[in-house]
Write a protein that binds this ligand. Sequence first.
Ligand code: 8DG
Ligand code: CA
Ligand code: CA
Length: 573
Amino acid sequence: MHTSYNRSSESSSSSSRSSSSQERPVRVHILQAKMDASAIAELYALIDNQRRIPKNSPFQLELCGKASDADIIVSNVRMRKRLERHLDWNIARQKAIVTPQWLRDSIQQQRIMPCGEYSALRELHDETAKNCPDCNLPSCDCTPSLATVGSTSRVSADDTMKLVTSPRIFSNYTARYACLRASPLVCPNQALAAELGVLYLHRDLEGKAVNALGYQRAISVLKAYPRVITLENFDTEVRHLPYIGEKIQSKVTYLQHTTSSHPEVEQIKEFIRFGVIEECQTIRASERFWSLKTLTSVHGIGATTARNLYSIGLRTLEDMERYYDVPVADDGTLKLEEEEVIYTPNGKRIPRQARLPDLSTKAALVLRNDLEASISREEVEEMHAVVMAELEELQPGCVSTIVGGYRRGKLQSNDVDIVFSHSDLRSGGNQVKGLCRKLVQRLYDRGLVTHVTHLSGFHARDAMRTSHWDSLEKALTIFILPSDGTQKRSHRRLDLIFAAPEAYWTGVVGWTGSKMFERDLRLWAKVEKGMKFDSSGITRRHDSKKFFPKSELEVFEFLGLEWIDPTLRNADI
Ligand code: 8DG
Ligand code: CA
Ligand code: CA
């Protein structure tokens, strides 16, 4: 049985198949929606491992980054509506769309299992059976479906659920800007990206910003590379990708690089050969690295402070507790200092001070276990619902979007970011700021917000050093869901961002991330379009004229960009 494909059949006619034609592996695309990182990694590893099967074996699978070019799409999505968020239905009908079990069984049995038996969507069962690249099946004509290069389909201006990322974006992995590339949550080279992430973090903790950015850029480019990197494609393609092996444009690092030119190139090659990078092993074994990493895990402690604390002898969180004089309760647990609160006769909590409590380093230390824990999508949604219910009481009819990693498809988030607006809000005045402050105060009064790390106009100190990002009103808070009696609730970081209605969509784009996507979006706007992009709007540089797109798609179109789904904006690790 031949399970690899006949290349000449790509010319679309099954009659053009000839016995002398070259065969190519069956292309498999992993649709990441509704899969967690470990499931995606498992499927990539399955395909990657079988790559080592001798070349003349009839059973060859190849990872394909572009759904439209794949023969088989592995999907956990079972509903048409949901699938259409990621894939044009006309393209879907030309593919075999199967469950992950198909891949496991095919690998185990070393043959293409009948796709129809693993059809992921009931509605596509017949097409999946027919398009299965298995010549032994009676109904199979073995003609691979041609990739129909569809353009971005615009269904409704502000319904991003229905926008499809063009296949062109998937082919564009050699582009210099992350906002031109498709960067999935987990890429075929995720382990390599994670290893380079150690080098990035090390440079970042040591204050070597330019060097750190070099690694961040290399990671960002690798995130969009659609194939598992091998020594072969490394030499022919990968080393020529932007930022991989390019000298970093800084006098200081340039001098460093002349002695050991292009460290990324050697390190990537090292990873391909050995599966680890030696310098990462050294870094992981270093006490200083672990100490700096631990000290910066406390909210509000940046790399510079951590290095200062290290230089005076602090190594662990216990050292920090002693240094910051964190109070310990009788039972040995850390405790928050008593807040000054008073209650109304019916139990409503009233803060004695109008000023909301800052999250001090001391409090951040006490809450560190809560704040370090990741947040499930269900809890993110619950938090959003609770906040919206409170906001509805203050100003009915607000709109909101959960942005950040949640919107990019992360199953676990480190914090929750929500952008709000209301059509009645006027820009320029104090209405937006007023609503943001009122909401935070209300959440505090309800015991839902316990601390505030930044509230626009409230605190001079910008602990997050994010003031360069934009001028939207924001409150960075610590939030805790009310107890439902069954589970212990944890403190969570919650960022509330308020935009005037005309700045809502730039706010949503600006806060969806990821960080490198945002960085390149701003760079693209500036260098290529003569525009300044930030979350509060787009400004033409030569005459300072402001533009306010009316949908997220319009933000992209205005900047001369093709649509990229939020789940493909994961340009960081
Ligand atoms: P996670 O670690 O929270 O799970 O991932 P994330 O959601 O991607 O990270 P984040 O640190 O919450 O940042 C979300 C996005 O918002 C990211 O692209 C960075 C961006 N961002 C800030 N601060 C600010 C800011 O003040 N203004 C704007 N426009 N964007 C900001 O982190
Ligand atoms: Ca976030
Ligand atoms: Ca955030």
